[in-house]
Design a protein. Sequence first.
Length: 257
Amino acid sequence: MPFLKKFIDTGKELSERINSLLLREERTGYTGMGADGTLTSTLDRLCEDAILRRINELDLPFNVISEEIGILDRHYEKNLVIDPLDGTYNAENQIPAYSVSIGIMGKDFESLEESIVINLATGNYFYALKGHGAYRNETKLKETTRRTGASVIYSLRGENVPEFLREGINRRRILGCASLEMGFVANNSVDYVAYIGKDKELRNVDIAAGVLLVRETGGFVLDQNLKPLNMGLDVRVRRNMIALSAAYRNIIEGVRE
């Protein structure tokens, strides 16, 4: 039974709320320290509170894993892995690329079964259901064999970048919102997203939803060693990540041989 489309209305409410804050001073500031060891912004708290209210209203049968509260054990087997606001800097500065992302899984990414990423700046969303594909709004996304020549790459040291990622790329974009960037891989807007290097590691809440989006369109989500990336429930753990479209299938299969 699909659950996560129930949050589309919550996304619309959050979009309206954030857009109503016209002054930067209204959008910025901190409310404390999150469970992941980073500061919790005013907007992070606003978004997380709205999502938690929705979970309680619907009495959804899941525990909650979030960067702000950590693990909220509601005595269920499955978990909602949530980034209440991905792209906080963008939201604070009215750059239209910030999202709420939610994935449903058991103990790790291998058990991901449903995900949604809602762009709070535009209202568009990406949605995936394991075994049933991925969607941009209501349009099903197709597996691609075509390269776009565009990528998103975060790396402080160019020598850490696998050679095949350097080839055929003539456009690079950095959006500062990993969940949306992974949605754009699924949408075949960019060929890959790569977070490489010690200072470019991501948490489970950053990418859980995006992992299913990419994999449901035939793509790959790998670690820095080009092995399938798997993460558990601890929001303090960080890993490098490379998400590639299905156009890289032959290359990835060749690397694995």
